[in-house]
Structure formats: C-alpha cells, structure tokens
Ligand binder design. Structure first.
Ligand code: URA
Length: 433
C-alpha cells in the first residue's frame, strides 16, 4: 500500500477500506509514515468526512494500537461515562459513587485536566492523601470488593490517538466529527468499557457550539459504540452557561458533596441523576431510566451514595472525614465579589470567558506541566434567568491574589443583563439511543 494513494482516495471522496485504515494507523503508530502525509490525509477526512463504517474501523484500529485494559475479571457490566467537557462539569465525581452505590461496577480511568479546571483526578486530589497511582491488581480488587476505583491513565493506551490528536491540534483538523468521535470512543474501548453513556455538550462553553453539531457528534459516537458491540447512548446537554455554581477544583468537590447529600444546584443535581439513571439501564440494573432514577434518588436519600464516597476516598488513601467536613478542604485566601452595575435579569453568559477567568485564577493548566491551585475558582451567585439588583454580587472570585483584575474583567464581560424577564434554559436538548 502507498500513502499517496490513500490520501488521493479520500481527497476524491471515496471510502477507505478496513485494510487501508488499519495500515495507516499501524504505520503512523510505528513512525513509518511521516506527519506530512498523515496531515494531508487528516485534511482530506476533514473535508470529505467518513462513513459510519470507516469511523468504526478507525476507532477499533486506534483502540488496538496499544495496550488494552482487560477488565474481564471484574464481575458485571462495566459502564463508563464520557463528557465532551464544559465549565463546571463535575459529574464524574458525583456519578461514580452514585452508580457504585447501586452495585454497578465503576472502573474508571481518568486524566488530569488541560483547560479551565483540572480533570477528575485533580479534583479528587483536593482530598488530602488521595492516590490514583494504583496497580492494575489493586484497581480490580477495589472494584470487585467496593464496586468503585479510579486510576490515572497509565500504560500505553491508544498511542495512535495521542499522536493523531497532537497532529490535529497543529493542522486545524481537530473539529471533524469522525475524528473526534473515533478519538473519544477508542479511549473508552481501550479502557475496557462494556457500555458507554455519553454527555455531549452544546453551547458557548462547549466544543460544539450548536445543538445540531452536538447531535451529529452524538449520533456518530453512538453508532461507533453499537457497531463495536458496546451498549451506548448519549444525552445532548446545555453548556450555554456553566453547570452548577462552582468552578475550580475544591469548590467543585464541595458542590459534588452537596449533590450526594441531596442538595446542590438543580441543574447539576438533575443532570447527575439522569446520567446515573442511564448508566443503571446500560449496566443492566433496570430496564427504564425512570426506574434507575428512583433507585439513584433512594441512594441519595438513604445516605448510601455519600457512604460510598467516604469508602472510595478512604480506600485510595484520602481522608474520608473531609466528606462530612468540607470545611477542612483548603480555601483560597480572598473572596472578591463581582457586582452587577445595573438591575435586571441575566440574559446570557459567555461560558468560555468564565472558564478563562478560572484559568487566570490558577484553577486550570494551559500546558501539561503547569501546577494548579486547588483552592481557587469562581462561585456563581447568578445564572441565566435570575434577577439581580444593582450592586448585588453576580459571582465571587476565590483568589489567592488580592487583585485578580483580569479574572474580574472576564467575569464582568461574561454576563449580559436585560430589563425583561428571561426563561431558564433547558438542560437536556435530546437523547440518542
Ligand atoms: N476529546 C478527545 O478525546 N478527542 C478529540 O478529538 C476531541 C476531544
């Protein structure tokens, strides 16, 4: 096979065969095909797209390009969840103990974050002593005994995706539906998921700004999952404003604990319960999401979810007393209000600007080697549709800098007010099975 022929075929809108896709993924992983040829192919895919079948083959080839976790010694259906990401999205922290409390095994591989806040591991490290570097043996033992473990990504999972993603980043080819879908799904498959619940975000703080784009991505990922014999479903959810009211690692942990206690903001509570209910369906615990919701809400009410969180934190070396004493989590030194300069209703929030403000405060990383400050972040006092009086706080910056000028400016810019009442936005735009 020759790379120029494969590039030309895709350039001209033809379908690539399974052997052609496998050949180029294998060659690229082994460094026998250079970046410049793969760049040309990525651009051809960007313009010509891929059929569902091509995207499935690409996913499988990427999943098989490195190690694959063998979770077959864990009893039960391992349901994973993936969110395409957004500001204030802390659902993994909530879902993991919620679903495990129902007896469904949660064997989660997570990463550190790049962007406006840390990843799930960074957030969990707000608990003193919490460890994610655990052996595969211990990981499996914990899931079999306690139904829940979370490990940092180790080993050589999906090396083809790592190389391709870096190349896409510098060749303006990130934003292609089949490339995103295969990238996400290959990682889920390699990490041993039997079933996958996807939360695809749409809006000003998301990768996909419109509901149509998010739906196309969701359809593609669900199609790939099914073709690879993984039960897969997706919710398309709103990211036109941050999820919940807390952004920043410790703040997000506190809000997650509130939800596990049955409290917390309505949107994050509702989305967590809904995603967990679908995980219960895919995990074979119930047949309908409504039944799953009942079990999940029972686990919250009875305290079983919070107890699972204590157990989980303790099992991985963290201090479980912090689950009941969130005041022990490290707080930022200064709390600085961003006040409304007029009276009105919040019409709109530029979610991305809020994310950038959290980054400025030190809650996230702009490069992999940056260190994050767990204690800083933003507490939103007002969200879309809520009334605010002039001089009332819109948000509070939790800062370790006395004058976080740039963060304040970004938050001010993020809010638009109007004199007319505004409806609260809907949380879920659609469901794809
Ligand atoms: N996240 C991924 O893992 N891959 C992409 O291509 C885009 C977002």
């Amino acid at each position: 096979m020759r790379m120029p022929d494969i590039i030309a075929k895709k350039r001209d809108g033809e379908r690539l065969s399974e052997s052609e896709i496998r050949w180029f993924i294998d060659g690229y992983t082994k460094d026998s095909i250079p970046d410049y040829q793969v760049s040309a192919l990525l651009m051809a895919i960007y313009f010509q797209g891929m059929t569902q079948e091509e995207a499935s083959v690409l996913t499988r080839a990427m999943a098989e390009s490195g190690e694959q976790l063998d979770l077959s010694s864990i009893e039960g259906i391992k349901v994973d969840k993936h969110s395409t990401g957004g500001v204030g999205d802390k659902t993994t922290l909530i879902l993991a103990p919620l679903v495990a409390a129902l007896g469904i095994p949660v064997a989660k591989m997570s990463g550190r974050g790049l962007g406006h806040t840390g990843g799930t591991i960074d957030k969990l490290e707000a608990f003193t002593g919490f460890q994610t570097e655990i052996s595969q043996k211990k990981f499996i033992e914990l899931v079999n005994t306690h139904k829940l473990a979370l490990a940092g990504q180790s080993g050589n999972l999906t090396p083809a995706d790592k190389k391709l993603y870096s190349l896409r980043d510098v060749t303006a080819t990130v934003n292609s539906t089949p490339l995103i879908a295969s990238s996400v799904m290959s990682k889920k498959i390699a990490a041993g998921a039997d079933a996958i619940v996807l939360d695809v975000k749409a809006g000003s703080g998301a990768f996909m700004s419109t509901v149509e784009e998010a739906a196309e991505l969701a359809e593609s990922m669900v199609g790939i999952g099914k073709s690879l014999n993984r039960r897969t479903m997706a919710l398309i959810t709103n990211m036109d404003q941050p999820l919940g009211r807390m952004i920043g690692n410790t703040l997000e942990v506190k809000e997650s604990l509130d939800v596990l206690r049955g409290e917390g903001p309505e949107d994050i509570y509702e989305l967590s319960v809904l995603l967990a209910a679908h995980m219960a369906v895919l995990g074979g615990k119930v047949t309908e999401p409504e039944e799953g919701r009942r079990l999940i809400e029972d686990a919250i009410r009875s305290g079983a979810a919070l107890e699972k969180m204590r157990e989980f934190i303790g099992n991985q070396g963290g201090d479980p007393t912090m689950v009941d004493r969130p005041d022990l989590l490290k707080e930022a030194e200064y709390k600085i209000e961003v006040k409304a300069t007029s009276t009105g209703y919040v019409r709109k929030m530029e979610t991305e600007l809020i994310g950038r403000a959290a980054m400025w405060l030190g809650a996230g990383r702009s490069t992999k080697t940056d260190t994050i400050d767990h204690s800083v972040g933003i507490e939103l006092k007002k969200k879309v549709g809520e009334k605010v009086e002039m001089g009332e706080p819109l948000a509070v910056l939790h800062s370790n800098t006395l004058q976080p000028t740039e963060a304040k400016k970004l938050v001010e810019e993020a809010y638009s007010l109007t004199g007319q009442p505004v409806e609260k936005p809907e949380l879920v735009h659609g469901t794809i099975y």
